[in-house]
Ligand binder design. Structure first.
Ligand SMILES: [Zn+2]
Length: 512
């Protein structure tokens, strides 16, 4: 039976449309999901929208619609952009879905039955837009919210609390004894030193000031805090409350990918909640970096948001998918610039990859009547080098993909693309074609670059699915890429003798 692989995005808060930072995050997750499917895993890839809470309630009021109408519109917007971005999710969970609401109630009751929820009073400095209480020590800029810089107010309310403090030692032990639990590893040290060691406080998990949310079971005056509600999506979406079989199959999650700013919710609060509910923690939480523009994190309040749809429409989805993951290290931060984007588009995509396909197609048409001819013998040192380079590249994919080292993988892939371009320049097939005694050599060169392109299609598929399929189609391959077993993708010489090319068309027309 195939091994399962359950991977998630964080839930997206729907008070605004997705920006480039969201796209960077979600395509990085899509790449690993696609790769695991190619390797034969039974993948469950989940994403979705976080739809409760005060900000949505207020935004709906501002627009003069009901909260439900507002979140319906916004989640459709996320779905349509995910579709344009080619996000291959298996399920899109919404926190307003009945199955999620049912799961939150079941989860809350399980934690309460375990003695880990109690009623008390919460008093503190509160930021209404962020729905966050801040402690004195966090207020470094005076009486403004450390996150959004807006004024905060003193606030006291009756509330339910989760006994997070009870899980401090367990959590510390769990992180220390599971090296793969928090990735990249340096983030585990950050978590321990900045959050867990200073001491975990019990967490306020309900509000009386908010109406748009799931009421506390048996106490309708209180609505469950939006974070507590949203985290439960990771189990609700795989059937925690309504599909025991699916739940048993996929829990625990193999990887929650989140922005580094919400790592504490996923590596401390969420595992403690699960432990309290009698469930296993996720196997891994990966904290990725941010896309910045001129060294500033993108945010609505700063007005520096780039709409990814403009790039998709102008340059194609794959160009942006490629650029973000090639230019920016997924684990660290990186800077987006339009100039850099155009540079890489022309150099990497139009020239290096696009021309390699074009010239190969043109030569096979001219010298072989569009047929790929495979000769089993007579490989020179330069063909051996190419075969060895692909072997090393496949191996690198297998070890680096699960570590999200996408920029390294893509740089290595372009080294091999350039090796193929150099190989053509060195072998000069146009001269070989003039000498009938060197016919075998010519066919070997043409087969080597065609099989190189076929292999590149296999390797680029997780990053640029449509482009990879177009490469295969132009080469005349009948199968779709995901239908082929990973061991076959890996095998040099897979492209059959006699394959007939189809119509050429440029992958990435140059831009000015
Ligand atoms: Zn704030």
């Amino acid at each position: 039976m195939a091994e399962k692989f359950y991977i998630t995005t964080p839930l997206y808060y729907v008070n605004d449309i997705p920006h480039l930072g969201h796209i960077f995050e979600v395509i990085g997750i899509d790449v690993l999901a696609r790769f695991r499917r190619m390797q034969g895993y039974k993948v469950f890839f989940m994403t979705g929208t976080d739809e409760h809470g005060l900000k949505n309630q207020k935004e709906a009021e501002r627009r003069g619609v009901s909260p439900q109408e507002f979140v319906d519109q916004m989640s459709e917007m996320f779905k349509s952009i995910w579709q344009q971005a080619e996000i291959s999710y298996d399920y899109f969970i919404r926190t307003t879905e009945p199955r999620h609401v049912k799961a939150v109630i079941k989860f809350f009751n399980a934690v309460r039955d375990n003695g880990d929820i109690y009623k008390g009073f919460y008093e503190g400095w509160y930021c209404t837009p962020c729905e966050t209480f801040w402690s004195e020590s966090q207020l470094t800029d005076g009486n403004v919210c450390p996150e959004c810089k807006r004024p905060i107010t003193r606030h006291r309310e009756e509330a339910y609390f989760f006994k997070l403090s009870k899980y401090q030692n367990w959590l510390m032990e769990h992180i220390k004894s599971n090296a793969d639990f928090i990735k990249p590893s340096f983030r585990a040290n950050e978590m321990i030193n900045s959050f867990i060691k200073p001491g975990l406080n019990d967490l306020c998990i309900s509000r009386t000031t908010v109406k748009w949310g799931i009421p506390v079971p048996g106490d309708n005056q209180h609505v469950i805090y939006v974070w507590f509600d949203a985290l439960i999506n990771y189990v609700s979406g795989i059937g925690y409350a309504d599909d025991e079989e699916q739940f048993k199959e996929f829990w625990p999650a193999d990887c929650h990918v989140v922005g580094k700013d919400i790592l504490k919710f996923h590596t401390a609060i969420w595992p403690a909640m699960l432990k309290a509910a009698g469930l296993e923690p996720p196997r891994q939480v990966f904290g990725h970096g941010f896309v910045t523009i001129k060294e500033e994190k993108m945010s609505k309040s700063k007005g520096n948001i780039i709409d990814p749809r403009e790039y998709f429409n102008t340059y194609g989805t794959d160009a942006l998918r490629y650029f973000l993951l090639r230019e920016i290290s997924y684990a660290m931060d990186g800077v987006f610039s339009e100039e850099k984007f155009k540079q890489r588009y022309n150099a990497d995509l139009a020239n290096d990859l696009g021309n390699l396909l074009n010239r190969t197609m043109a030569m096979i048409r001219k010298y072989n009547q569009g047929r790929i001819i495979r000769k089993g013998d007579g490989l020179s040192a330069s063909e051996q080098e190419i075969i060895a380079s692909f072997g090393a590249l496949f191996q690198s994919y297998e070890t680096r993909m699960p570590e999200f080292e996408y920029n390294v993988i893509l740089a290595q892939t372009w080294d091999v693309i350039n090796l193929l371009n150099k190989y053509i320049n060195d072998k000069q097939p146009w001269l070989l074609a003039k000498d009938s005694s060197r016919r075998n050599e010519l066919e070997t060169v043409l087969y080597t670059v065609a099989e190189g392109l076929r292999s590149l299609g296999s390797l680029l598929y997780p990053f640029m699915p449509a482009t990879a399929e177009r490469i295969w189609q132009q080469l005349g391959i009948e199968q779709n890429i995901p239908e082929v077993a990973w061991s076959e993708h890996r095998r040099w010489g897979w492209l059959p003798d006699g394959t007939q090319l189809r119509e050429p068309s440029p992958l990435f027309p140059r831009i000015e």
